[in-house]
Design a protein around this ligand. Structure first.
Ligand code: FNR
Length: 190
């Protein structure tokens, strides 16, 4: 069986991030056909196209980490009804230099957790527009807006509610299916 490499971004830089807890749960619940690796971005400087002629090593490494995986998973909070600035900065780095967009043809999915009832829905809508422009085939369904409650996920990513275990496991199964489907569509002769 093929194992697909998934790079995941945690949109929050906070030490106690609930989205980091969610990412650990998703790693724990991923099906055997997915191998999960975090792609960190906190050390990237703020992007400017002045860098395009000569990307710094940290940005080259970041783009290489994306090139090395088959698919991308965005686990993000909602900040002010959009995605956190650090994540947007990372996406801008990955999308450039012009003609070397790291997202082209790279399947992706979005999930996020918030203590608020709408569970990052507006941040996800915003991110969908960005990734669509960046030409990443995006999983449309199932959507996953996680209304985080205290104790729902432990620090090491154990989910304490059966219904949430089932939902997140199914989400990762669906993502696996989507990655296979995109690969077949883009490389039908492989
Ligand atoms: C928030 N929070 C928040 N929540 C939400 O549901 N919609 C929003 O627009 C915002 N806006 C927002 C802006 C900023 C700057 C902060 C710091 C927070 C609350 C947010 O969901 C909560 O802090 C989560 O814990 C953030 O996820 P992480 O960073 O813990 O993973």
């Amino acid at each position: 069986m093929t194992t697909y490499k998934v790079g995941y971004f945690v949109g929050s830089l906070a030490k106690e991030s609930i989205n980091r807890k969610l990412s650990k749960a998703l790693v724990n619940l991923a099906p055997p056909g997915l191998s999960m690796t975090e792609i960190p971005f906190k050390d990237l400087p703020l992007y400017s196209y002045d860098y395009d002629a000569d990307y710094p090593p940290v940005a080259r490494d970041f783009k290489q980490a994306i090139a090395d995986v088959d698919a991308l998973l965005f686990v993000t909070p909602e900040y002010n009804r959009s995605i956190p600035g650090g994540l947007k900065n990372a996406i801008d780095w990955a999308s450039r230099p012009w003609g070397q967009n790291s997202f082209t043809g790279k399947p992706s999915a979005i999930i996020g957790a918030s203590p608020g009832a709408i569970g990052t829905a507006l941040a996800q809508q915003s991110l969908r527009g960005v990734l669509c422009f960046c030409n990443s085939p995006l999983m449309n369904t199932i959507e996953a807006y996680i209304h985080f409650t205290p104790g729902m996920i432990t620090d090491d990513g154990q989910v304490t509610e059966d219904a949430t275990v089932k939902f997140l496991s199914n989400y990762m199964e669906e993502f696996h299916t989507f990655i296979v489907r995109v690969e077949k569509a883009l490389s039908p002769n492989d």
